[in-house]
Design a binder for this molecule. Structure first.
Ligand code: ACO
Length: 321
């Protein structure tokens, strides 16, 4: 029995913020941002939430798959920027969609969150518990960014991407790998609420993303080729037999570094980060949806999806489209 992606969808906020716009806020330039990251603009929420973006992406994925919300059995939202602690975003998305039969919960593995959620759904389906799952990566990162910090505010964007997966006879997801290294969590962090109760009051902490960019860069370029090799090794597929590598869109230079280590040409690594920046857990499903709607995914193609981010977390899966 296999698990197949049968529909994709995505949603981006209307407002586009260019590098030139950012150069009005902090000391930076279009040239610096493009050269170091490959990013030219990003979509930023002026009111849309993780829940509203997720619901829009899910509606499109359901429509693309020709399925009704009421048929969904499992609904997973991958996010590290939920509006509320409780209820979870997935329950709110379930309510907006009318996916009344779905068990719904959130999962946070930062930029690898969508992949970890996809793998979780696969495990549920392969064990026979559910026959389908709607998985969405949704982020409003703009609310956890310090807009006066030029080293981070230029990198991120808001958005959501979703896929519907279903139990299938034909091959779909061929294998996956996922890893975490909590010992290095400090290189990319965003603190939550501090401990405050009648017995203790801890001083307030920064509510914004803090990052050691060079460490993140080195981690991604070192670990991701190894993780991709691991997942390809499960099915004996060679790196140059993969049609498309749909990678987390953090930084063009990271993707180039990964391509070089795998000795695969960059034309197998589609990117959209020039237009959308780094959308954390939304990055992979948004790119997948764009490729799908552009008609670039043909039946039988072999894809590798791979994500990496805070935690540190990273993973990859091989997909027969
Ligand atoms: N504009 C102009 N100058 C800047 C900017 C900016 N936006 N940001 C930093 N600088 C300056 C720094 O202040 C520094 O100046 P100094 O030499 O006077 O001190 C100089 O540029 C070099 O700074 P570095 O941080 O060393 O720059 P680096 O070449 O490492 O590039 C970057 C920074 C782009 C963040 C890089 O480290 C990177 O791509 N890291 C990967 C991190 C990443 O992609 N994170 C995304 C989130 S994690 C994820 O999704 C996996």
């Amino acid at each position: 029995m296999s698990v197949k992606i049968i529909g994709t969808g995505s949603a981006l906020p209307e407002k586009i913020v260019t590098n030139q716009d950012l150069a009005q806020m902090v000391e930076t330039s279009d040239e610096w941002i493009r050269e170091r990251t490959g990013i030219g603009s990003r979509h930023i929420s002026t009111g849309e939430t993780v829940v509203s973006l997720a619901a829009r992406a899910c509606e499109k994925a359901l429509e693309n798959a020709g399925r009704e919300a009421a048929e969904v059995e499992l609904l997973l939202v991958a996010t590290c920027t939920p509006e509320q602690g409780i209820p979870c975003a997935a329950c709110q998305v379930q309510n907006l969609l009318g996916a009344t039969g779905a068990a719904a919960f959130d999962l946070n593995a930062a930029c690898a969150g969508f992949l970890f959620a996809l793998h979780t759904a696969c495990a549920y389906i392969q064990s026979g518990i559910y026959s389908n799952a709607l998985i969405v990566g949704s982020e409003v990162l703009s609310k956890i960014i310090d807009w006066s910090d030029r080293s981070t505010c230029v990198l991120f964007g808001d958005g959501a991407g979703a896929v519907l997966v279903e139990r299938a006879e034909k091959p779909g997801i061929l294998g996956f790998a996922q890893h975490s290294d909590g010992s290095r969590g400090g290189v990319l962090r965003c603190d939550g609420r501090e401990l405050r109760n009648p017995y203790v009051s801890v001083p307030a902490r920064s509510p914004y993303v803090q990052m050691d960019g060079r460490e993140v860069f080195a981690f991604a370029v070192r670990q991701i080729p190894a993780c991709i090799s691991e997942v390809l090794g499960q099915t004996g597929i060679a790196p140059d037999e993969v049609d498309l590598y749909v990678l987390h869109q953090a930084n063009r230079r990271i993707i180039e570094g990964i391509a070089k280590r795998l000795t695969v040409e960059m034309d197998r690594f589609p990117t959209n980060l020039e237009r959308v920046g780094n959308m954390s857990s939304a990055a992979i499903p948004v790119l997948l949806d764009e490729l799908n709607r552009e008609g670039r995914l043909r039946e039988g193609m072999t894809l590798v999806l791979s994500g990496f981010g805070a935690g540190l977390t990273y993973g990859a899966c091989t997909v027969r489209w």
